[in-house]
Design a protein around this ligand. Structure first.
Ligand code: UDP
Ligand code: MG
Length: 320
């Protein structure tokens, strides 16, 4: 039987690039791999522009195209999850719509998959069109994350990768609402293989990321993969308390020997403020985790779908 490969394309306001992306994808899959069935699965993540109409038009001309139209913008992580749920392939390739991930790498990925690798991920050599500051912050974040957790997190790797069906099924079991998919790829394990490529600048349109979102993703990455910050705040608190205790003993001895003049207001103030600050930081860290617990206990579905392949979808309980 012919194997089926799904190409998953999350798209949010990507009208400017879709035709070009489609052409390049079709070119690669037609030229290189005649022995597979392909499914181009677009996930329209609540775009406000013409994206969904372009996808529908592509679908009417080519029945390899299928699409999920989410009920609103859920973010790329969730859009990918919807794609995992609806993928029909024996393998799945995730690719950004903006052509920053060259589709020409796909045949090489498939070749490695045939050799038995379950997760073939593309690691970028260079990052064209990204500012020095973005590169630097990303570098610093990975170094920090790697220090805090024991699972190796791949640096300079996006979501551009081929995953075997086994990996997809594994990822489908991880249904937390606040997702850091890149960490999950590492967490599930299986046979990994990297290939190197040069990441291009965006073909057209604008990036949907800003520093606030990146910061959120960074917090997401840390809080969903390690509880080290909780321990860190406890350790830090203990050290401060120990110092405060030693200082207290010293103050008592001093008072016993030299009496008690009204001095000491500044030192008192600094200590109070310092400890107060540490308490607030620790509370903030606890709050960050507690918030996640709160969000997960609601057990909401990850997304709702408006249309799947031109058919309107009514939400229903998957367990019934
Ligand atoms: N994307 C999405 N939902 C969002 C934001 C982005 O599905 O809320 C998609 C977007 O259409 C693109 C991919 O995720 O296919 C990567 O987005 P972008 O190029 O803006 O991110 P960057 O490459 O700058 O990290
Ligand atoms: Mg991009």
């Amino acid at each position: 039987m012919r194997k089926k490969i799904t190409i998953l394309i999350p798209a949010y306001n990507e009208e400017a690039v879709l035709y070009e992306l489609y052409n390049r994808l079709i070119n690669t899959i037609e030229k290189n791999t005649k022995c597979y069935d392909f499914e181009l699965l677009f996930v329209n993540d609540g775009s406000k522009d013409n994206t969904v109409n372009i996808i529908k038009k592509l679908k009417s001309e080519d029945d390899r195209v299928s699409f999920i139209d989410l009920s609103r913008n859920f973010g790329k992580e969730i859009a990918m999850m919807a794609g995992f749920d609806y993928s029909k392939g024996d393998a799945l390739i995730i690719i950004d719509a903006d052509l920053q991930d060259p589709p020409e790498l796909i045949p090489q990925m498939i070749e490695l998959w045939e050799q038995g690798y379950d997760d073939v991920f593309a690691k970028r050599n260079s990052r064209e069109g990204e500012s020095f500051f973005k590169k630097w912050t990303s570098e610093a974040f990975y170094r920090l994350l790697q220090k805090l957790t024991r699972i190796p997190i791949q640096q300079d790797t996006g979501d551009f990768r081929l995953l075997d069906k086994r990996c997809i099924e594994a990822l489908k079991l991880l249904r937390e609402t606040q997702r850091y998919t890149k960490g999950m790829f590492s967490w599930i394990g299986f046979n990994k293989k990297e290939i190197l490529f040069d990441r291009d600048a965006r073909f057209a349109g604008e990036t949907k990321w800003n520093y606030f979102k990146l910061f959120e993703l960074a917090i997401e990455g840390i809080t969903s993969f390690t509880i080290t910050p909780l321990r860190f705040s406890a350790a830090f608190g203990s050290i401060i308390s120990l110092c405060a205790f030693i200082y207290m003993i010293w103050v008592i001895i001093k008072t016993l020997i030299y009496g008690n003049p009204v001095e000491g207001y500044p030192s008192l103030m600094t200590v109070i403020l310092f400890i107060g600050g540490i308490q607030l930081i620790s509370l903030g860290i606890i709050g960050e985790y507690l918030g996640r617990v709160f969000n997960e206990t609601k057990r909401r579905p990850l997304y709702f779908i408006n249309e799947y392949n031109n058919v309107k979808v009514t939400p229903s309980d998957p367990e019934k």
